[in-house]
Design a binder for this molecule. Structure first.
Ligand code: ADP
Length: 493
């Protein structure tokens, strides 16, 4: 039974079905009380019936014990009246009565078997000390009652009792066994009725459990169905199953995920169309250049050279776009894959500026570096170098001749701040929200001219976010721009 229950339980657990578990839980909660009721009621009936019978019999036996004293039965007056009373009581209780005198000798046995024999037992001795005891033997179906036969006056004390030192006046013991067959019969009847009632209750509980398990789990099926319906495509309608707070929470989370996926899907589409457009532009230029050379029968060598130089520029541009795209894709795919080390940020910035100063010098742009303190932080050296170079490169690219670029490094106890300011063209207010988007350029033709791909700031922002940092821009059109990067000194994965 136990192993059967265990295997059913294991199967239900393994099936991981909420419905089966709800069914089982309701069945257990419903059925357990029926067993408790059944056994509790039967048990208490039995206890009560035995107590009533014992009390009733004890009272009768007490009366007989008085008669025994009155008729001096223990002194050997074999009274017929008493014998009749004894056989009557033994018939009444379907049992046996033994009268034991103070020498532990059986004077009378209603079964006639043990007369003359000696009975010494713990109970009999206790009874001689004046204690009435009773024992219920459930297995053999009887109650054993030991009643002391007590003389009413001390003068009635027998010589034997005095000899044995009986001070209570206990002259003998009545050992009576009372059959409990009638109690057993009633119990059996009650048991059958209880069983029937229990079966009816179990059937009702089972039906209720099945119905409840179906009803309770139905909202979750509706959730699955609703989710299945949107599997095909992202509808703009949020899905709702309001039956439970839980289903509402699941679907709220799902709707958020859905709208996030919708945004990702849209931006992916936009990104793909942008990429194709960006990659096609240099190809179109190259084709136009090549076509015009092919269409001329005898184009001069100078024209060839000039057009080939233009084609080379377009190839370089195509290359730059592809490289930036690869960098971006790689960063997307390896989110969190930072090679963090303790790095001297001052020295790293100096190195970047040293590499870029020759480019700035070509347009007579002065690049300065200010730092009030020595900063060391947990950063990925390659990515942080790329962040600084992208910002400084932009500050040079979108600057006027004879302009300036100022890099300032500062830190508090938690994070360091690197700001790159320039005296360049600035960024219009409306464009400031978009410059970190892929392929976004304020002035497409100018940016193209100076070799921009529109991906630099997107890459930079990605790298900053990977460091759990933030990047922001402040600018006024025509008055230069300031990019500020804040990064925690200690990297938290
Ligand atoms: P690009 O390769 O075109 O420079 P970025 O992503 O680096 O791409 O920059 C996006 C756009 O933001 C640029 O095209 C430019 O219009 C603008 N921008 C970036 N940095 C600056 C700056 N320091 N001053 C003015 N405009 C800038």
């Amino acid at each position: 039974m136990r192993s059967l229950l265990k295997s059913i339980w294991n199967k239900i657990r393994a099936s991981q079905s909420l419905r089966s578990q709800v069914l089982l839980a309701i069945m257990l909660v419903g059925i357990a009380p029926t067993f408790i009721l059944r056994y509790g009621i039967l048990e208490s009936y039995e206890r009560r019936a035995v107590t009533v019978k014992t009390t009733e019999a004890s009272q009768q036996l007490m009366i007989i014990a008085n008669h025994l004293i009155n008729y001096a039965y223990l002194q050997g007056s074999n009274s017929d009246v008493i014998n009749a009373e004894l056989s009557q009581i033994s018939n009444l209780y379907d049992g046996r009565v033994l009268i034991i005198n103070s020498n532990f000798k059986v004077l009378k046995d209603t079964y006639g078997i043990s007369e003359g024999k000696t009975i010494i037992s713990e109970e009999v001795i206790k009874c001689f000390l004046g204690e009435t005891t009773s024992n219920y033997d459930q297995v053999h179906g009887y109650i054993e009652i030991l009643t002391p036969i007590v003389s009413t006056t001390m003068s009635n004390l027998g010589q034997d009792a005095v000899d044995t030192g009986e001070s209570m006046g206990v002259e003998g013991v009545m050992l009576t066994s009372v059959s409990t067959d009638s109690i057993a019969r009633t119990l059996a009847l009650l048991e059958r009725q209880a069983q029937l009632l229990q079966i009816i209750m179990i059937v009702i509980i089972f039906v209720i459990a099945v119905l409840l398990s179906i009803l309770l789990v139905r909202p979750f099926e509706r959730v699955t169905q609703a989710i299945n319906e949107v599997k095909g495509g992202f509808s703009n309608q949020p899905i709702e199953v309001d039956d439970y707070v839980e289903t509402r929470h699941i679907l709220e989370a799902f709707n958020q995920l859905l709208s996030r996926m919708r945004v990702i899907d849209e931006s992916r589409e936009e990104f793909v169309s942008n990429v194709s457009h960006e990659l096609k532009t240099p190809l179109t230029s190259m084709k136009v250049l090549a076509d015009s050379l092919v269409s001329q029968d005898e184009a001069p060598v100078e024209l060839y050279r000039e057009f080939m130089e233009d084609i080379t520029k377009e190839i370089d541009r195509e290359n730059a776009i592809i490289n930036d795209l690869l960098a971006l894709v790689k960063m997307d795919r390896t989110v969190g894959d930072l090679n963090v080390n303790r790095v001297d940020v001052n020295a790293m910035t100096e190195l970047v500026l040293k590499r870029l100063r020759p480019i700035a010098r070509k347009r007579d742009i002065e690049v300065t570096f200010e730092s009030t303190r020595q900063v060391t932080a947990d950063v990925d050296e390659v990515k942080m170098t790329m962040i600084i170079s992208n910002l400084v490169e932009n500050a040079i690219k979108y600057n006027h001749e004879h302009g300036w670029v100022k890099v300032v490094l500062d830190a508090d106890h938690k994070e360091f701040t690197l700001s790159v300011s320039d005296s360049g063209v600035g960024i219009p207010e409306a464009a400031q929200d978009h410059i970190f988007e892929r392929f976004y350029r304020v002035d497409k033709s100018h940016s193209r001219e100076i070799g921009g791909t529109g991906l630099g700031l997107a890459i930079t922002k990605n790298a900053v976010l990977m460091h759990r940092g933030a990047i922001k821009v402040s600018s006024k059109e025509g008055e230069g721009a300031t990019f500020t990067v804040t990064v925690p000194l200690i990297y938290k994965a």
